[in-house]
Design a protein around this ligand. Structure first.
Ligand code: ARG
Length: 500
């Protein structure tokens, strides 16, 4: 380090220190025009959604901008999944959230709420041809779609015998209903009604409106200094007529009167911490996580078996002597390897039934079938390459030798090439199994309650993101370690030298 003396180090220190301050966004004067990071989940029209140019818009966005202007601060909207908003507030990665969040007693124990800014309630939606479901009580033993972590999801939990499917966003839950995969959706009335009235979803109706009375509030971390600022802005906007204007713009009606205070102020109780509470929380979550782990294993094994069959075929086809046949197999591999698995899951689960409907027949997918189909089509592409590499790694001399002994080419493959190739394929197949096991978490998106989704559901209930996701990670790790053990054994067992 010659030539880089004390002054050099000092300079480096100052530069690094300043860049760090700038990166973390510390402003020099905190009171004038400070910027609040405000979370929302922009998939809840007409409250918050992405417009055609990809900019957030909606009632909440207009309202928040008006509040900011009235109280003299700036807003930096950040899009966060709905079930991640309370954890983000707890972690203080955002300063506030405006996301049509109902002020509930439970939530008020973990975060603080502004005064109510909107009056809403839950509604039940069904398909127009459904005569059976007419009210809340007729939802017994039905298949119900909800958005994860919402008051609608909570309400659904109380229905006896109901089969609840939870989705990441309300539009997906409604799409599920339109596709005929569930019987009803419980969701915020204004959002469901808006989706129906804009004609974006066809063939749906609302059977019970305002099942509950709910007030939306702007949430901040507990005891945040910004809460007073937000309430101040909201008061001004409510009294100077701006609120009515925004309400008129989005709902073409006059706003109802709103209470002046959050119904659950100064709640406390949650937020116990300490190693014992954490361990207790993790232990309590284990039975549910293990249930999820079983589903994950089931998905993985089914998909790997099907993927192995499909992949072997495609791998062998890729070695065909006919160019056009080779080309088809190549195109398959390129497509399934070259597009995200998530997109493939969506295409299969939401796309196929939609196309079927367009063509005039109803066809609905069982999520297990759709999940296994997507995962095995995808893994077949990777397995095909493993199979091809394995076969090609066997010296051509062996095929020549067995053919000169009079074996047909199928027999050569069956008795000479494949058994040896398979042994070489085991390590990469082990890799593929483990990636597939982890990739199964992606099918949570179609309402599948595998390990990851189980964890998400628990967090949506107790807001203990760190403990629960750590427990989820540990369970995945156990599963992958066990599988890699199993593959090592298989490898040893297949090795004639080691076996003897
Ligand atoms: N009001 C309901 C709740 O608080 C649903 C809110 C969902 N919001 C959203 N942006 N997706 O649970």
């Amino acid at each position: 380090m010659a030539g880089f003396g004390f002054v050099g180090w000092l300079r480096l220190f100052v530069v690094v220190g300043w860049s760090f301050l700038l990166l973390t966004g510390c402003s020099v004067n905190p009171s004038v025009g400070k910027t609040l990071r405000v979370a929302n989940e922009p998939a809840f029209p007409p409250f918050e959604f992405l417009g055609s140019e990809g900019k957030s818009q909606g009632f909440s966005i207009d309202l928040m901008n008006a509040i900011a202007q009235a109280a003299n601060f700036k807003v930096d909207f950040q899009s966060v999944p709905f079930d991640g908003i309370i954890p983000a507030l707890q972690a203080k990665t955002v300063d506030a959230a405006i996301s049509s969040m109902t002020i509930t007693e439970e939530r008020a124990k973990t975060v603080s709420f502004s005064r109510p800014y909107f009056k809403a309630g839950l509604a039940i939606a069904v398909r127009t041809d459904n005569q059976e479901i007419t009210n809340f009580d007729s939802l017994k033993n039905k298949r119900i779609a909800v958005q994860i972590g919402t008051t609608g999801a909570k309400k659904a939990q109380g229905i006896p015998g109901a089969q609840i499917r939870s989705f990441d966003s309300a539009p997906i839950a409604l799409q599920e209903l339109a596709n005929g995969n569930v019987d009803a959706v419980i969701n915020d009335a204004p959002v469901t009604l808006y989706a129906i009235s804009t004609g974006n979803l066809k063939g749906l109706k609302v059977v019970e409106q305002l099942l509950t009375e709910e007030y939306y509030g702007i949430a901040t971390p507990k005891n945040s200094v910004n809460l007073a600022l937000i309430n101040d802005g909201l008061n001004r906007v409510l009294s100077n007529g701006t609120y009515s204007q925004i309400y008129q713009k989005w709902f073409k009606a006059d706003p109802p009167n709103l209470p002046a205070k959050s119904p659950f102020e100064n709640q406390s109780g949650a937020g116990e911490s300490g190693i014992f509470t954490s361990v207790g929380i993790i232990l309590r979550s284990f039975p549910a996580l293990l249930q999820g782990a079983l589903v994950t294993l089931q998905l993985t094994v089914l998909s790997v078996v099907l993927g192995l069959v499909g992949g072997s075929l495609i791998g062998i086809i890729r070695l065909s002597r006919t160019k056009s046949v080779r080309w088809v197999a190549r195109a398959y591999v390129d497509f399934f390897r070259g597009t995200p698995l998530l997109v493939q899951i969506f295409m299969i689960y939401f796309g196929l039934p939609a196309i079927a409907q367009e063509l005039g027949f109803t066809f609905s997918f069982n999520p297990l079938a759709a999940g296994v189909l997507a995962l095995s089509l995808n893994s077949a592409a990777y397995i095909a390459e493993i199979v091809r590499a394995g076969i090609q790694s066997i010296e051509p001399g062996q095929a020549e030798a067995s053919q000169s002994l009079g074996l047909s080419s199928v027999q050569t493959m069956r008795y000479v090439i494949f058994p040896q190739a398979f042994r070489r394929m085991i390590p990469p197949l082990g890799n593929e199994f483990i990636s597939l096991l982890k990739d199964t978490s992606l099918v949570a998106i179609i309402g599948f309650q595998e390990l990851f989704r189980k964890g998400q559901l628990i967090v949506a209930d107790n807001y203990r993101a760190f403990e629960i996701y750590a427990a989820v990670a540990v369970v995945y790790l156990c599963l992958t370690l066990l599988s890699s053990q199993a593959f090592s054994r298989l490898e040893a067992w297949m090795n004639p030298v080691k076996r003897s």
